[in-house]
Ligand binder design. Sequence first.
Ligand code: SAM
Length: 286
Amino acid sequence: MPSPGSVFRALLTRWKSYRYRFVPWVALNLDRNRRTLRHVPSGGTDKMAADADVCYSLVTFFRALFTCDITQQQALLSLLPASTRSMYTTPGDQATPPADDVMYGCLGFTIDRRPSSLDAAGTGVFVCRGSVPRGAVVSMYPGVIYQNHEPIFFQSIGNPFIFRCLDGILIDGNDKGISKSVYRSCSRRDQLGPLKMCDGSWLTSAPLNPMAVGQYVNNCSNDCAANVCYQEFDVPDSFPVELRQYIPNIRYSHDVEGPLRCVVLVALRDIHCGEELFSNYFTIVQ
Ligand SMILES: C[S@@+](CC[C@H](N)C(=O)[O-])C[C@H]1O[C@@H](n2cnc3c(N)ncnc32)[C@H](O)[C@@H]1O
């Protein structure tokens, strides 16, 4: 039977090495992709679109999703102030249209998961209808938000979906296993009756918010340049409470102060129907 001291030493060794597992693919492929590195000055922001534009774009799209689903939203609407209720029209008899159609009508494009155009890269994300203008918010990176000090050891083992923000906050965008259970449990914890604080449908094959597939965007290569970039977005307090149900992120701890962290993917150029989205996994903070 191993002594408590040797168990402790073994655990300490694993603990010290686990930070290198967050992005194992990046570590293994860095030398092959040096030309695609993206450099950001220390403490810098790396923003392609202004926060106000990101917020406007998300609110506009989420409002369209909410309005099209108004029949199902009556319990929530009845809890909101009259000024908010008056922004939404009384439901008719029409059925809720597919979220993709709402996205196309509102933003002029849709995206979805398909087998990647790159060899051995698994699933990727493609523009399926319309085209994305440069600077538009194309996608969101869903998942559980972990502050730097919060425990993510077990969720991180063999998990290629852990995204690291420039300030060290982590997002676990894995839609399977323990990561999925953690997301579901945090989401139920924060729900107040009909008022949902996040969208957990990205864990299924039919997300309510079709933008929430950003964790499947593959890395650019020397032949396929990046056409989207990641951008941190902190959800302001003024974000409409009835639209939070479409945000695909939830905090791991409910008692963290400050705004909810999200990450959006912004188009670096016009992206046309049929093109795969490629981001840059290799951001070096100098
Ligand atoms: C965040 S996931 C992206 C989704 C992934 N394609 C999938 O099907 O689950 C990151 C993983 O995708 C694969 N990947 C991403 N970009 C790639 C590329 N340019 N070439 C080969 N594999 C890639 C690697 O296996 C990496 O660990």
